[in-house]
Design a binder for this molecule. Structure first.
Ligand code: ADP
Length: 491
């Protein structure tokens, strides 16, 4: 770019001096010739072992700077690429580890919230895969157990709800843990949630308190009985047992309604007392007459026959009583095999009228059967229906003063036939009407005895009619007569 003849000697340049010393010299300095910085390289040229000259080349610094900048950019670019790739790889690796962990965490949260049996399904061969599999197994097992627990709970709840016995469980502080519907009804608990309320607040009974205390104190079953004076008086038998554990966490009470049982027991006792009493009276008479006869009256022609007649009469009473008792017992026990067949009503009425003709005639009572459809049949046992009619007609004659009237009528309704036995007798007061069907109930005990009644006739009628699926009703007014109506299913 310049004329070498015009140029100064460049032997003093730093790179030339460095080349003179070491064979090579590199230096950057401002080129006075060109007027801008240059990068110089000088090489010493030797000939025959002695320096012969120098070769020097130069590049402008701007070109070097450009190359350096290009290299720097390349380095930065590669660094950036390596950084991005490293980040991406790190992210992928971290995600591979954290994703199943996040799934496990969310699954654990869902299970904790009640979604039992939820699965994470981590399909991997490493430790996380094993953890995921264990988690899935645990979750499935937990799900099964919780379902089983729910089912067991439902089963228990259904069993408790369908129990006739009442069940109440209380904790150590005698607060109610549980009460089934039977217990609620039996003890008349208020409706709504009663769990947590003290037992004494709902049942104020010493027997209950004592049973709970005893059950806590000892491990044997405590039994007692108490009366609930609620809307209806009820007798409740109570069993108390403590729950297993040391100390026992509570006590369970089982309650049975024994009102019906006790009532039956009372009825039975009453019945036995009645029967004994009924048997004792004729027996005492028989004994007294027999003793009197034995003590000498046998030879007394004035009285002996009357005494023997009395004995026969009382024996007949005893016989009637025992026959009635036996047939009542048989009907009630359900052991009597009735032959339920279509029975022609008119025929049976005619037979009954014929049977009681003599007794009615003796009292000048007009006993008549109103015209009855000969085709009318009822479903009953012929002998039983005969006894029903006979008892009703017998009573009608017994309790109707001389010259009265006893009528038997029958009528057909849709599904039933009704047989009415009416009399113009003494009638029955309203207060006694419901009770005359009870065993041994008599409005006038003395009069019934005198007439040879046992007090069982109407009880037998009621039980027979019920055994045939029918009903018996009474319509009566004191002093104006009575009508007994027997309704039986039509054949
Ligand atoms: P009894 O053997 O005493 O007649 P029942 O059971 O047949 O026993 O009758 C019970 C009571 O009902 C009788 O004692 C009587 O007081 C009353 N009774 C029954 N039938 C009639 C009737 N037709 N008229 C009035 N009272 C009657």
């Amino acid at each position: 770019e310049q004329d070498p003849a015009q140029m100064e000697n460049h032997a003093s340049r730093t790179e030339i001096r460095m080349a003179a010393e070491r064979g090579e010299g590199v230096w950057t300095h401002f080129s006075r010739t060109l007027g801008f910085p240059m990068h110089y390289l000088a090489l010493r040229v030797d000939r025959d072992g002695a320096p012969a000259g120098f070769v020097r080349v130069a590049l402008p610094m701007s070109s070097v700077d450009r190359r350096v900048a290009a290299i720097q950019r390349l380095v930065w670019g590669i660094s950036l690429l390596v950084g991005v790739v490293t980040l991406a790889v790190t992210y992928a690796v971290v995600a591979r580890i954290t994703r199943p962990l996040a799934r496990l965490t969310s699954a654990a949260q869902r299970i904790a919230a009640g979604e039992y049996g939820h699965r994470v399904s981590v399909h991997r061969q490493d430790e996380l895969g094993t953890l995921g599999d264990s988690f899935d197994r645990m979750s499935a097992e937990l799900g099964q157990r919780v379902t089983q627990m729910h089912e067991d709970r439902e089963l228990l709840a259904t069993v408790f709800a369908s129990m006739i016995e009442g069940v109440v469980a209380v904790d150590r502080a005698e607060r109610i843990l549980f009460a089934n519907s039977a217990a609620r009804a039996l003890l008349e608990f208020p409706s709504g949630d009663i769990a947590g309320r003290p037992l004494w607040e709902l049942v104020r009974h010493r027997a209950v308190e004592q049973a709970v205390r005893q059950a806590f104190a000892g491990d044997q079953l405590c039994l007692s009985e108490f009366e609930v004076a609620g809307s209806s008086r009820r007798i409740v038998a109570l069993h108390a047992a403590r729950l297993p554990g040391d100390p026992p966490p509570g006590v369970v009470l089982v309650l049975h309604d024994v009102t019906g049982l006790r009532r039956l027991e009372n009825l039975r006792q009453e019945f036995v007392a009645n029967v004994s009493h009924e048997l004792k009276t004729p027996l005492s008479s028989i004994k007294a007459y027999a003793e009197t006869l034995l003590e000498g009256a046998l030879g007394d022609p004035k009285h002996n026959e009357a005494f023997v007649r009395q004995i026969a009469e009382q024996a007949e009473r005893l016989n009637a009583l025992i026959i009635d008792l036996l047939s009542l017992a048989q009907i009630e026990s359900g052991q009597q095999a009735f032959e339920i067949v279509p029975v022609p009503v008119a025929e049976l009425i005619a037979r009954c009228v014929a049977q009681h003709g003599t007794a009615a005639a003796a009292k000048r009572i007009r006993l008549e059967a109103a015209a009855c459809d000969a085709a009318l049949r009822v479903l009953a046992d012929a002998e039983g229906l005969g006894q029903i009619l006979s008892n009703l007609v017998g009573n009608a004659i017994k309790y109707t003063p001389d010259a009265g009237c006893v009528t038997i009528r029958c009528a057909a309704e849709d599904l039933v036939a009704v047989i009415h036995v009416s009399d113009t007798g003494i009638g029955i007061a309203p207060a006694d009407q419901a009770r005359v069907f009870e065993r041994f109930y008599r409005v006038d005990r003395a009069r019934s005895r005198e007439l040879g009644g046992t007090g069982l006739g109407l009880a037998i009628v009621k039980h027979l009619v019920q055994a045939f699926g029918g009903t018996v009703a009474l319509d009566s007014a004191l002093g104006r007569g009575s009508t007994f109506s027997v309704r039986l299913p039509r054949a």
